[in-house]
Structure formats: structure tokens, C-alpha cells
Design a protein around this ligand. Structure first.
Ligand code: GLY
Length: 214
């Protein structure tokens, strides 16, 4: 996807300065999350069918540590919240209001992440739903997933998305599911997915790829 280009530049800068893969993943993905014109990730993301922007993300490091956030609202950088869950909690995945509470306790700000264009698009869609089915195409998708190998030979991976445009309220895709959206095994490789989450989840696709590589 086109939006990966700027994220890769940021990740590359970190690696070039001997940074670690995990930082490259987080700060690279942050670039896309903060870009309102990327309409399928973070701030600027399309809404669900109720007009809410709900975000999913996960991150995994070379030691097999993982963090994940599901159905996060009003926070611009879900990949960073996922990393905080990995590093500052005893859990892997937090969802909804609890995830937001955790984020606020850990220094994140509550912000309006409903971009004016997303609001307008949703209002138009509500008037005439026939115009857009939940098709996956260049405009309606997708997720950013980054896989990084650093100078020390360590891998990390992460994924962040606002999910399918006008998804059913409460819908969660593959991106925050460890093994579906992302999987890292430092001895074998890393895999990550974009595309229709429902299909990816049914095969636990990223984990499956690493198992087959093994
Ligand atoms: N792959 C992202 C999603 O389906 O939500």
C-alpha cells in the first residue's frame, strides 16, 4: 500500500542509526497512524456503521513478547498502546474502554480522532448505503503491517488499522490478533497480513506461514 512508503522511511532512519527493530516498527507505523489522509489507519480512519472510529493494533518482538489493543477509541497511536501493554502490563491484549483507561494511565491523550472527511463520508453513506459495499480495494483498505530486521539480527513486527470501512459496530479484524495479523519467530522469520481480516483469522495466517517456513 502507498502509505507504507513514509513509514518505511522513518523505520529506515531508525535502523540506519543502529536503532532496534521494535522502535522502527512502532515509530514507522506512528507516521501512518498520524496521517489523516491515510483513511484506513489511526487518525483519519473511516468509521464503522455507527460513525465511530475504532482502532486495532498489535506488536511483537524478537523474544516472542506481544501486545495488542482492540476496539480502541479516541487515541491516535494504537501501535504505541500495544507496545505499552506488552512492556508495562501482565497482559497481551486489552480491549475497548479498558484499553483506553490503560492508555490514559500510561500517558496517552484522549483526542477526537474523527477526521472531518470521515464524518462527511459516513453521513453520505448513511443516506445511500448502496453506493459502497464492504469491498476491499485501494480506497477502502488497508492496514499497515511492518516487519523489521535490525543490525543485531533481531526481528519485530506490528500492525495497525481502523479496519474495514463501515464495519459492523464491534467488529474486530485480524490485525490485533497475534498469529493472524503478525507473527515473529526470531529463529525463523516474521510474517504479517493486510487484507480482509475475516479470511486471515480463519487460517491464523501469519503464524501458519512461519510454521510452514519452519
Ligand atoms: N486487515 C485488517 C482488517 O480486516 O481489519
Amino acid at each position: 500500500w502507498k502509505h507504507g512508503y513514509k513509514a518505511n522511511l522513518k523505520a529506515y532512519e531508525i535502523l540506519y542509526n543502529n536503532g532496534i527493530a521494535l522502535d522502527a516498527v512502532e515509530f514507522g507505523i506512528n507516521v501512518t497512524e498520524l496521517d489523516a489522509e491515510v483513511r484506513t489507519v489511526g487518525y483519519g480512519g473511516y468509521t464503522d456503521d455507527k460513525g465511530k472510529v475504532t482502532l486495532d493494533a498489535c506488536i511483537m518482538d524478537h523474544r516472542g513478547n506481544a501486545g495488542s489493543v482492540v476496539y480502541l477509541q479516541d487515541i491516535k497511536n494504537p501501535i504505541s498502546v500495544a507496545r505499552k501493554i506488552m512492556e508495562n502490563s501482565n497482559h497481551v491484549m486489552l480491549a475497548g474502554a479498558g484499553a483506553q483507561r490503560f492508555a490514559l494511565k500510561n500517558g496517552f491523550k484522549k483526542e477526537d480522532i474523527l477526521y472531518s472527511k470521515s464524518k462527511k463520508d459516513w453521513e453520505q453513506w448513511i443516506q445511500d448505503k448502496s453506493k459502497l459495499k464492504n469491498l476491499i480495494n485501494e480506497d477502502n483498505h488497508d492496514t499497515i503491517t511492518m516487519l523489521v530486521l535490525d543490525n543485531k539480527g533481531n526481528l519485530a513486527g506490528g500492525s495497525s488499522t481502523s479496519g474495514l470501512r463501515y464495519k459492523s459496530h464491534g467488529r474486530v479484524g485480524d490485525s490485533p490478533i497475534i498469529g493472524s495479523g503478525v507473527f515473529v519467530d526470531n529463529a525463523i522469520g516474521a510474517a504479517g497480513a493486510t487484507g480482509q481480516g475475516e479470511e486471515i483469522m480463519k487460517t491464523v495466517g501469519s503464524f501458519l506461514i512461519i510454521e510452514l517456513l519452519k
